[in-house]
Write a new protein. Structure first.
Length: 422
Protein backbone atom coordinates (compact mmCIF):
# COMPACT_ATOMS: atom_id res chain seq x y z
CA UNK A 1 0.00 0.00 0.00
CA UNK A 2 1.26 3.49 -0.94
CA UNK A 3 0.26 6.36 1.37
CA UNK A 4 1.22 9.98 0.61
CA UNK A 5 0.27 12.91 2.86
CA UNK A 6 1.18 16.54 2.17
CA UNK A 7 0.96 19.13 4.98
CA UNK A 8 1.74 22.81 4.81
CA UNK A 9 0.21 26.29 4.50
CA UNK A 10 -2.55 25.03 2.20
CA UNK A 11 -4.73 21.93 2.21
CA UNK A 12 -3.37 19.62 -0.50
CA UNK A 13 -4.55 16.35 -1.96
CA UNK A 14 -2.53 14.19 -4.32
CA UNK A 15 -3.15 11.44 -6.84
CA UNK A 16 -1.15 8.20 -6.99
CA UNK A 17 -0.91 6.36 -10.32
CA UNK A 18 0.30 2.76 -10.62
CA UNK A 19 2.63 2.43 -13.63
CA UNK A 20 2.27 -1.39 -13.49
CA UNK A 21 6.06 -1.69 -13.58
CA UNK A 22 6.84 -1.46 -9.87
CA UNK A 23 6.81 2.37 -9.79
CA UNK A 24 4.08 4.87 -8.91
CA UNK A 25 3.64 8.46 -10.13
CA UNK A 26 2.36 11.01 -7.59
CA UNK A 27 0.89 14.38 -8.65
CA UNK A 28 -0.16 17.41 -6.60
CA UNK A 29 -0.79 21.11 -7.28
CA UNK A 30 -0.14 23.71 -4.53
CA UNK A 31 -1.92 27.08 -4.69
CA UNK A 32 -0.15 28.67 -1.71
CA UNK A 33 3.59 29.11 -1.42
CA UNK A 34 5.59 28.07 1.62
CA UNK A 35 7.25 25.04 3.20
CA UNK A 36 5.41 21.71 2.80
CA UNK A 37 6.06 18.35 4.42
CA UNK A 38 5.62 15.34 2.08
CA UNK A 39 5.17 12.08 4.02
CA UNK A 40 5.58 8.90 1.91
CA UNK A 41 4.94 5.43 3.34
CA UNK A 42 5.09 1.98 1.72
CA UNK A 43 3.32 -0.84 3.55
CA UNK A 44 2.83 1.50 6.52
CA UNK A 45 6.54 2.36 6.89
CA UNK A 46 8.46 5.46 5.70
CA UNK A 47 10.68 5.30 2.57
CA UNK A 48 14.30 6.51 2.52
CA UNK A 49 14.66 10.22 3.31
CA UNK A 50 11.10 10.53 4.58
CA UNK A 51 9.61 12.98 5.43
CA UNK A 52 10.60 15.39 2.61
CA UNK A 53 10.71 19.16 3.16
CA UNK A 54 9.55 20.85 -0.07
CA UNK A 55 9.78 24.68 -0.33
CA UNK A 56 7.08 25.94 -2.74
CA UNK A 57 8.06 29.12 -4.60
CA UNK A 58 5.61 32.02 -4.48
CA UNK A 59 5.36 32.74 -0.73
CA UNK A 60 6.51 36.14 0.57
CA UNK A 61 9.78 35.83 2.47
CA UNK A 62 10.07 37.28 5.98
CA UNK A 63 13.87 37.14 5.90
CA UNK A 64 16.62 38.24 3.57
CA UNK A 65 17.57 36.06 0.65
CA UNK A 66 19.18 32.80 1.70
CA UNK A 67 21.79 30.83 -0.20
CA UNK A 68 20.26 28.32 -2.59
CA UNK A 69 21.98 25.43 -0.86
CA UNK A 70 20.85 26.42 2.68
CA UNK A 71 19.45 23.45 4.63
CA UNK A 72 16.10 24.04 6.40
CA UNK A 73 15.56 22.11 9.62
CA UNK A 74 12.34 20.04 9.65
CA UNK A 75 11.35 20.98 13.20
CA UNK A 76 11.97 24.68 12.47
CA UNK A 77 9.66 24.38 9.46
CA UNK A 78 6.93 22.79 11.56
CA UNK A 79 7.26 25.52 14.17
CA UNK A 80 6.88 28.26 11.56
CA UNK A 81 3.96 26.59 9.76
CA UNK A 82 1.73 26.32 12.87
CA UNK A 83 1.08 28.93 15.56
CA UNK A 84 -1.29 29.69 18.44
CA UNK A 85 -2.69 32.90 19.91
CA UNK A 86 -5.23 34.00 22.48
CA UNK A 87 -5.57 35.19 26.10
CA UNK A 88 -5.53 31.65 27.52
CA UNK A 89 -1.84 31.41 26.62
CA UNK A 90 -0.83 34.33 28.86
CA UNK A 91 -3.16 34.78 31.83
CA UNK A 92 -6.33 33.58 33.49
CA UNK A 93 -8.32 33.19 36.71
CA UNK A 94 -8.90 30.25 39.01
CA UNK A 95 -12.19 28.47 38.26
CA UNK A 96 -12.63 30.21 34.87
CA UNK A 97 -12.13 28.60 31.47
CA UNK A 98 -9.07 29.80 29.53
CA UNK A 99 -9.23 29.90 25.72
CA UNK A 100 -6.81 30.20 22.83
CA UNK A 101 -6.71 29.18 19.15
CA UNK A 102 -4.28 26.97 17.24
CA UNK A 103 -3.84 27.54 13.49
CA UNK A 104 -2.68 24.38 11.68
CA UNK A 105 -3.85 23.65 8.14
CA UNK A 106 -4.12 19.99 7.14
CA UNK A 107 -3.88 18.68 10.72
CA UNK A 108 -6.36 16.47 12.59
CA UNK A 109 -7.28 16.71 16.28
CA UNK A 110 -5.60 13.35 16.87
CA UNK A 111 -2.24 14.90 15.84
CA UNK A 112 -2.46 17.65 18.49
CA UNK A 113 -1.37 17.24 22.12
CA UNK A 114 -1.75 20.00 24.70
CA UNK A 115 -0.66 19.43 28.32
CA UNK A 116 -0.54 22.22 30.90
CA UNK A 117 1.95 21.70 33.75
CA UNK A 118 2.18 23.75 36.95
CA UNK A 119 0.62 23.60 40.42
CA UNK A 120 -1.62 20.95 38.82
CA UNK A 121 -1.45 19.01 35.54
CA UNK A 122 -4.27 19.62 33.06
CA UNK A 123 -4.94 18.09 29.65
CA UNK A 124 -6.72 20.66 27.50
CA UNK A 125 -9.89 20.08 25.46
CA UNK A 126 -9.42 20.57 21.70
CA UNK A 127 -12.23 21.48 19.26
CA UNK A 128 -11.81 21.34 15.46
CA UNK A 129 -13.35 24.35 13.69
CA UNK A 130 -13.02 22.55 10.31
CA UNK A 131 -11.27 25.56 8.77
CA UNK A 132 -7.67 24.84 9.72
CA UNK A 133 -8.07 26.27 13.21
CA UNK A 134 -8.70 24.63 16.59
CA UNK A 135 -10.20 26.18 19.74
CA UNK A 136 -8.40 24.96 22.88
CA UNK A 137 -9.88 25.25 26.38
CA UNK A 138 -8.57 24.52 29.86
CA UNK A 139 -9.70 25.41 33.39
CA UNK A 140 -7.26 25.81 36.34
CA UNK A 141 -8.32 25.18 39.96
CA UNK A 142 -5.07 26.39 41.55
CA UNK A 143 -3.31 29.75 41.10
CA UNK A 144 0.31 30.00 39.99
CA UNK A 145 2.61 29.81 36.97
CA UNK A 146 1.77 27.23 34.27
CA UNK A 147 3.65 25.98 31.20
CA UNK A 148 1.45 25.21 28.19
CA UNK A 149 3.14 22.52 26.10
CA UNK A 150 1.50 22.46 22.66
CA UNK A 151 2.74 19.90 20.14
CA UNK A 152 1.80 18.58 16.69
CA UNK A 153 2.94 15.02 15.97
CA UNK A 154 5.21 15.28 19.01
CA UNK A 155 6.98 18.45 17.79
CA UNK A 156 6.51 21.73 19.77
CA UNK A 157 4.93 24.54 17.73
CA UNK A 158 6.37 28.04 17.57
CA UNK A 159 6.96 29.59 21.07
CA UNK A 160 5.88 26.41 22.89
CA UNK A 161 5.90 25.96 25.85
CA UNK A 162 3.95 29.13 26.67
CA UNK A 163 4.04 30.66 30.16
CA UNK A 164 0.65 31.51 31.65
CA UNK A 165 -0.03 33.19 35.00
CA UNK A 166 -3.22 32.20 36.87
CA UNK A 167 -4.51 34.43 39.70
CA UNK A 168 -7.35 34.15 42.20
CA UNK A 169 -8.37 32.14 45.24
CA UNK A 170 -7.79 28.40 44.93
CA UNK A 171 -10.99 26.39 44.49
CA UNK A 172 -9.28 23.05 45.09
CA UNK A 173 -8.84 21.66 48.58
CA UNK A 174 -5.09 21.65 49.24
CA UNK A 175 -4.14 18.21 50.54
CA UNK A 176 -0.48 17.41 51.29
CA UNK A 177 0.76 14.36 49.39
CA UNK A 178 1.32 12.44 52.62
CA UNK A 179 -2.34 13.05 53.56
CA UNK A 180 -3.92 11.55 50.42
CA UNK A 181 -6.58 9.08 51.53
CA UNK A 182 -9.71 7.12 50.55
CA UNK A 183 -12.98 6.48 52.38
CA UNK A 184 -16.49 5.21 51.75
CA UNK A 185 -18.70 2.10 52.10
CA UNK A 186 -17.52 0.59 48.80
CA UNK A 187 -14.10 -0.09 50.35
CA UNK A 188 -15.38 -2.58 52.92
CA UNK A 189 -18.70 -4.08 51.82
CA UNK A 190 -20.99 -4.48 48.82
CA UNK A 191 -23.50 -6.70 47.03
CA UNK A 192 -23.07 -8.61 43.79
CA UNK A 193 -24.84 -6.91 40.93
CA UNK A 194 -24.90 -3.51 42.68
CA UNK A 195 -22.59 -0.51 42.24
CA UNK A 196 -20.18 0.14 45.13
CA UNK A 197 -19.01 3.68 45.91
CA UNK A 198 -16.07 5.33 47.67
CA UNK A 199 -14.04 8.56 47.38
CA UNK A 200 -10.34 9.35 46.97
CA UNK A 201 -8.89 12.66 48.21
CA UNK A 202 -5.74 13.80 46.35
CA UNK A 203 -5.14 17.42 45.38
CA UNK A 204 -3.52 18.55 42.12
CA UNK A 205 -3.89 15.22 40.34
CA UNK A 206 -5.86 13.82 37.43
CA UNK A 207 -7.70 10.46 37.33
CA UNK A 208 -4.84 9.10 35.21
CA UNK A 209 -2.47 9.53 38.18
CA UNK A 210 -4.65 7.40 40.48
CA UNK A 211 -4.20 3.64 40.10
CA UNK A 212 -6.96 1.41 41.51
CA UNK A 213 -6.72 -2.38 41.20
CA UNK A 214 -9.63 -4.55 42.35
CA UNK A 215 -9.08 -8.32 42.46
CA UNK A 216 -10.99 -11.27 43.88
CA UNK A 217 -13.37 -13.88 42.47
CA UNK A 218 -13.16 -11.68 39.37
CA UNK A 219 -11.09 -8.64 38.39
CA UNK A 220 -13.18 -5.46 38.31
CA UNK A 221 -12.33 -2.16 36.60
CA UNK A 222 -13.15 0.95 38.63
CA UNK A 223 -14.52 4.19 37.14
CA UNK A 224 -12.97 7.42 38.50
CA UNK A 225 -14.76 10.79 38.32
CA UNK A 226 -12.92 14.07 39.00
CA UNK A 227 -14.98 16.47 41.19
CA UNK A 228 -12.52 19.31 40.39
CA UNK A 229 -12.09 20.07 44.09
CA UNK A 230 -9.30 17.68 45.03
CA UNK A 231 -11.65 14.72 45.45
CA UNK A 232 -12.58 11.84 43.15
CA UNK A 233 -15.69 9.64 43.22
CA UNK A 234 -15.01 5.96 42.45
CA UNK A 235 -17.54 3.34 41.31
CA UNK A 236 -17.16 -0.37 40.76
CA UNK A 237 -19.67 -3.20 40.23
CA UNK A 238 -18.89 -6.80 41.25
CA UNK A 239 -20.93 -9.55 39.61
CA UNK A 240 -19.81 -12.34 41.92
CA UNK A 241 -19.90 -12.52 45.72
CA UNK A 242 -16.76 -13.10 47.76
CA UNK A 243 -13.73 -11.32 49.24
CA UNK A 244 -12.12 -8.59 47.11
CA UNK A 245 -8.87 -6.66 47.51
CA UNK A 246 -8.87 -2.93 46.60
CA UNK A 247 -5.38 -1.50 46.14
CA UNK A 248 -5.13 2.31 45.71
CA UNK A 249 -1.83 3.85 44.63
CA UNK A 250 -1.24 7.60 44.09
CA UNK A 251 2.02 8.80 42.53
CA UNK A 252 3.61 5.43 43.27
CA UNK A 253 2.55 5.39 46.95
CA UNK A 254 -0.32 3.47 48.56
CA UNK A 255 -2.88 5.56 50.45
CA UNK A 256 -3.25 4.77 54.18
CA UNK A 257 -4.87 1.36 54.93
CA UNK A 258 -4.46 0.21 51.31
CA UNK A 259 -4.99 -2.51 50.21
CA UNK A 260 -8.56 -2.67 51.57
CA UNK A 261 -10.54 -5.89 52.06
CA UNK A 262 -14.11 -5.68 50.77
CA UNK A 263 -16.68 -8.42 51.46
CA UNK A 264 -19.27 -8.67 48.66
CA UNK A 265 -22.53 -10.47 49.42
CA UNK A 266 -23.54 -12.96 46.74
CA UNK A 267 -26.79 -12.41 44.86
CA UNK A 268 -28.77 -15.62 45.17
CA UNK A 269 -30.29 -14.98 41.76
CA UNK A 270 -26.86 -14.96 40.14
CA UNK A 271 -25.03 -18.29 39.81
CA UNK A 272 -21.28 -18.37 40.44
CA UNK A 273 -19.88 -19.48 37.09
CA UNK A 274 -16.67 -21.53 36.96
CA UNK A 275 -14.76 -20.82 33.73
CA UNK A 276 -12.72 -24.02 34.08
CA UNK A 277 -15.96 -26.06 33.93
CA UNK A 278 -17.30 -24.25 30.86
CA UNK A 279 -16.84 -25.86 27.45
CA UNK A 280 -17.27 -25.01 23.78
CA UNK A 281 -17.86 -27.27 20.79
CA UNK A 282 -18.80 -26.97 17.15
CA UNK A 283 -17.26 -26.65 13.67
CA UNK A 284 -16.14 -23.04 14.32
CA UNK A 285 -13.30 -24.26 16.59
CA UNK A 286 -12.47 -27.56 14.89
CA UNK A 287 -9.24 -28.13 12.96
CA UNK A 288 -10.84 -28.65 9.53
CA UNK A 289 -10.12 -25.94 6.94
CA UNK A 290 -12.86 -23.33 6.61
CA UNK A 291 -13.76 -21.39 3.47
CA UNK A 292 -13.27 -17.65 3.24
CA UNK A 293 -16.59 -15.81 3.53
CA UNK A 294 -18.49 -18.70 5.10
CA UNK A 295 -20.21 -18.15 8.45
CA UNK A 296 -18.67 -20.40 11.12
CA UNK A 297 -20.19 -21.09 14.50
CA UNK A 298 -19.75 -22.95 17.77
CA UNK A 299 -21.67 -23.23 21.05
CA UNK A 300 -20.48 -22.24 24.52
CA UNK A 301 -21.90 -24.11 27.53
CA UNK A 302 -21.56 -22.36 30.92
CA UNK A 303 -21.49 -24.30 34.22
CA UNK A 304 -21.32 -23.29 37.86
CA UNK A 305 -18.90 -24.49 40.53
CA UNK A 306 -21.00 -27.70 40.88
CA UNK A 307 -20.67 -28.32 37.13
CA UNK A 308 -24.36 -27.59 36.61
CA UNK A 309 -25.61 -25.43 33.71
CA UNK A 310 -26.08 -21.79 34.64
CA UNK A 311 -26.91 -18.53 32.91
CA UNK A 312 -24.61 -15.53 33.01
CA UNK A 313 -24.75 -12.05 31.42
CA UNK A 314 -23.50 -12.02 27.83
CA UNK A 315 -21.21 -9.14 28.87
CA UNK A 316 -19.24 -11.61 31.02
CA UNK A 317 -18.29 -13.59 27.88
CA UNK A 318 -15.38 -12.42 25.76
CA UNK A 319 -14.54 -14.10 22.45
CA UNK A 320 -11.40 -12.84 20.68
CA UNK A 321 -10.61 -14.13 17.17
CA UNK A 322 -7.25 -12.86 15.96
CA UNK A 323 -4.58 -13.75 13.41
CA UNK A 324 -4.15 -12.41 9.90
CA UNK A 325 -7.22 -10.32 10.70
CA UNK A 326 -9.23 -9.41 13.81
CA UNK A 327 -12.79 -10.71 13.73
CA UNK A 328 -15.63 -9.45 15.93
CA UNK A 329 -18.04 -12.37 16.53
CA UNK A 330 -21.71 -12.29 17.46
CA UNK A 331 -22.88 -13.98 20.67
CA UNK A 332 -26.49 -15.17 21.09
CA UNK A 333 -28.01 -16.14 24.47
CA UNK A 334 -30.10 -19.32 24.13
CA UNK A 335 -31.46 -18.66 27.67
CA UNK A 336 -30.65 -22.20 28.80
CA UNK A 337 -27.02 -21.82 29.85
CA UNK A 338 -25.72 -22.09 26.29
CA UNK A 339 -24.57 -19.39 23.87
CA UNK A 340 -24.17 -19.59 20.09
CA UNK A 341 -21.13 -17.78 18.67
CA UNK A 342 -20.95 -16.87 14.96
CA UNK A 343 -18.15 -15.27 12.96
CA UNK A 344 -17.11 -14.73 9.34
CA UNK A 345 -13.49 -14.69 8.15
CA UNK A 346 -12.77 -12.69 4.98
CA UNK A 347 -9.01 -13.33 4.84
CA UNK A 348 -7.16 -16.62 4.39
CA UNK A 349 -4.72 -17.67 7.10
CA UNK A 350 -4.33 -18.89 10.67
CA UNK A 351 -6.48 -17.60 13.55
CA UNK A 352 -6.68 -18.13 17.32
CA UNK A 353 -10.10 -18.35 19.00
CA UNK A 354 -9.78 -17.30 22.65
CA UNK A 355 -12.87 -17.63 24.89
CA UNK A 356 -12.86 -16.22 28.43
CA UNK A 357 -15.52 -15.68 31.12
CA UNK A 358 -14.90 -12.85 33.55
CA UNK A 359 -11.36 -12.69 32.20
CA UNK A 360 -10.58 -16.39 32.77
CA UNK A 361 -10.15 -18.93 29.91
CA UNK A 362 -12.67 -21.74 29.56
CA UNK A 363 -11.66 -25.39 29.21
CA UNK A 364 -9.67 -25.98 25.99
CA UNK A 365 -9.24 -22.30 25.11
CA UNK A 366 -7.58 -21.03 22.92
CA UNK A 367 -8.15 -22.99 19.66
CA UNK A 368 -6.17 -22.67 16.42
CA UNK A 369 -8.07 -22.69 13.11
CA UNK A 370 -7.20 -22.22 9.43
CA UNK A 371 -9.25 -20.36 6.84
CA UNK A 372 -8.53 -21.12 3.16
CA UNK A 373 -5.60 -23.05 1.70
CA UNK A 374 -2.06 -22.77 3.14
CA UNK A 375 0.04 -19.96 1.55
CA UNK A 376 2.35 -22.36 -0.30
CA UNK A 377 -0.65 -24.02 -1.97
CA UNK A 378 -2.13 -20.71 -3.09
CA UNK A 379 1.24 -19.51 -4.39
CA UNK A 380 1.86 -22.73 -6.31
CA UNK A 381 -1.63 -22.81 -7.86
CA UNK A 382 -1.58 -19.18 -8.91
CA UNK A 383 2.18 -19.17 -9.72
CA UNK A 384 2.65 -15.93 -7.79
CA UNK A 385 6.01 -14.99 -6.35
CA UNK A 386 5.38 -13.72 -2.82
CA UNK A 387 7.80 -10.92 -1.91
CA UNK A 388 7.61 -8.82 1.24
CA UNK A 389 8.08 -5.08 0.70
CA UNK A 390 11.03 -3.36 2.39
CA UNK A 391 9.99 0.30 2.99
CA UNK A 392 13.49 1.16 4.26
CA UNK A 393 14.93 0.43 0.80
CA UNK A 394 12.01 1.88 -1.20
CA UNK A 395 12.58 5.32 -2.69
CA UNK A 396 10.71 8.45 -3.81
CA UNK A 397 12.26 10.88 -6.30
CA UNK A 398 11.31 13.41 -8.94
CA UNK A 399 10.74 17.12 -9.63
CA UNK A 400 7.69 17.22 -7.34
CA UNK A 401 10.03 16.86 -4.37
CA UNK A 402 12.67 19.35 -5.54
CA UNK A 403 11.70 22.81 -6.87
CA UNK A 404 7.92 23.01 -7.45
CA UNK A 405 6.07 26.32 -7.90
CA UNK A 406 2.48 27.29 -7.18
CA UNK A 407 -0.47 26.83 -9.61
CA UNK A 408 1.31 24.13 -11.55
CA UNK A 409 0.90 20.34 -11.43
CA UNK A 410 3.91 18.43 -10.06
CA UNK A 411 4.81 14.77 -9.90
CA UNK A 412 7.31 12.37 -8.37
CA UNK A 413 7.89 8.60 -8.56
CA UNK A 414 7.72 6.01 -5.77
CA UNK A 415 9.72 2.78 -6.32
CA UNK A 416 8.82 -0.01 -3.83
CA UNK A 417 11.70 -2.46 -3.19
CA UNK A 418 11.22 -6.02 -1.92
CA UNK A 419 13.24 -7.71 0.80
CA UNK A 420 15.06 -9.64 -1.95
CA UNK A 421 16.26 -6.32 -3.43
CA UNK A 422 13.96 -6.55 -6.47
Amino acid sequence: DIIVQINGPGNLTCEVFDNKDGTFDVEYEPIIGGDYIVDVKVAGRPVQGNPFLVPIAGAPSTTSESPANETVDLEESLESAYFAEGPGLEKGKVGAACFFTLYAQGIKTSNIDCVINGPETIRADIYDNSDGSFDIEWEPDVSGQYNIDLRIDGVPIKDSPFKCNIVGENTAVVIPEEENYAEGPGLTKGKAGSICYFSVYANGLTPAQIAIRITGPEDVTASIFDNKDGSFDVEWEPRIGGDYTIDIVISGKRVPDSPFCCVVEADRKVAIVDASKCIAEGPGIEEEVKKTGDVSFFTLYTNDTSNKPCRIPVEAINVVISGVDTIIPQIFDNEDGSYDVEYEAIKDGLYNVDVTINGKPISGSPWSIRVGDPPQVRARERRIKIIALDPACSTADGPGLQHPVICKSHSFVITPIGTDGA
